[in-house]
Design a protein around this ligand. Structure first.
Ligand code: NAD
Length: 283
């Protein structure tokens, strides 16, 4: 079997266009324009690029760009005061604190100050709790993007054996919860898993969120499996995922490339979350 390629750019563009239509309808119905406050502390070049892409995508979807930039030597309390101010501002639908923050502040503590209804990254303890309990709330963007890709391709999630490699709060745990909510039989594998090949090769849906270049090869993949590679690893030969694309695409039925798979859908889900946040606050 040679896998069909999941084109994240196509799916991301579809979601972005749909959000733009929904934002226009929301505003035309007399509601306030949704606004996203990205918060960047310091001048880390990679973070600046990520925030820049998010801001551009926002504006294209008709969402107000309410970006905030603080100097890298700001105190924890200064950033906390800004987040509290944004939390109280009705023009701000969503707040996104770009991580990592400089080392003199506590990123987790700052993230926790974002109210759940403005938590467009879905990373606060309250949002994680709502997800764990299957209650309505804002879900993390990358895991939502994984589900969006599966749905776009009509992949049957209910009843499927899903294996998630990685147990981070950002990707592994929430994507596992979302697959469970869709009634997959979910296994979470991680750095202490014995027999990773054996566990992974049971999967109908294999999600890799590890951060180790080409960790998963042909021996980890059952013929016909759907493989979603969340990993983004910078190597001497360029960006690669956690999956050995050459070997695995000969076995899988569907596979995401890196780059061009999960990444483009992640930002699209942020836009969707920002509109959802505006709707939650209007209730
Ligand atoms: P993380 O470092 O927080 O977590 C990695 C997880 O992988 C850990 O739970 C660890 O137990 C597991 N792990 C490490 N080595 C392992 C091994 N040898 N075998 C099995 N499991 C192992 O990373 P993260 O934040 O979850 O990100 C994972 C990857 O996804 C990274 O490459 C990151 O750059 C990428 N990422 C991509 C997007 C996107 O939009 N595409 C978004 C977030 C993260």
């Amino acid at each position: 079997m040679t896998a069909a390629i999941i084109d994240g750019k196509v799916v991301g563009a579809k979601v972005r266009a749909a959000v733009a239509v929904d934002v226009a309808a929301w505003v035309a119905a007399g509601n306030r324009q949704p606004g996203l406050a990205t918060v960047l502390v310091g001048d880390d070049p990679a973070s600046a690029v990520y925030v820049g892409s998010k801001r551009t995508a926002c504006v294209e979807a008709g969402i107000a760009d309410l970006h905030q930039h603080l100097p890298g030597d700001s105190s924890h309390e200064t950033v906390a005061a800004l987040i509290r101010q944004l939390a109280a501002d009705p023009a701000v639908s969503g707040i996104l604190l770009q991580l990592p923050v400089p080392k003199q502040m506590n990123g987790g503590g700052l993230t926790a100050l974002i109210p759940a209804e403005k938590d467009v990254d879905g990373l606060t303890p309250v949002s994680a709790g709502l997800l764990a309990l299957g209650m309505p709330g804002l879900r993390p963007c990358t895991p939502s993007g994984v589900i969006e890709l599966l749905d776009h391709h009509g992949v049957q999630i209910e009843g499927a054996e899903a294996v998630v490699v990685g147990r981070s709060d950002l990707v592994g745990k929430p994507v596992a919860q979302m697959l469970l909510q869709r009634s997959a039989t979910v296994t979470i594998a991680h750095s202490r898993t014995r027999d990773l090949e054996g566990v992974c090769s049971r999967a109908d849906i294999l999600v890799a969120a590890v951060g180790v270049p080409r960790l998963l090869g042909g021996a980890h993949v059952k013929a016909g499996a759907v493989v979603i590679d969340v990993g983004i690893n910078r190597t001497d030969t360029g960006l690669v995922g956690d999956v050995d694309f050459e070997a695995v695409s000969a076995l899988a039925s569907l596979i995401t490339p890196v780059p061009g798979g999960v990444g483009p859908v992640t930002i699209a889900m942020l836009l969707r979350n920002t509109l959802t946040a505006a709707e939650l606050q209007a209730k």
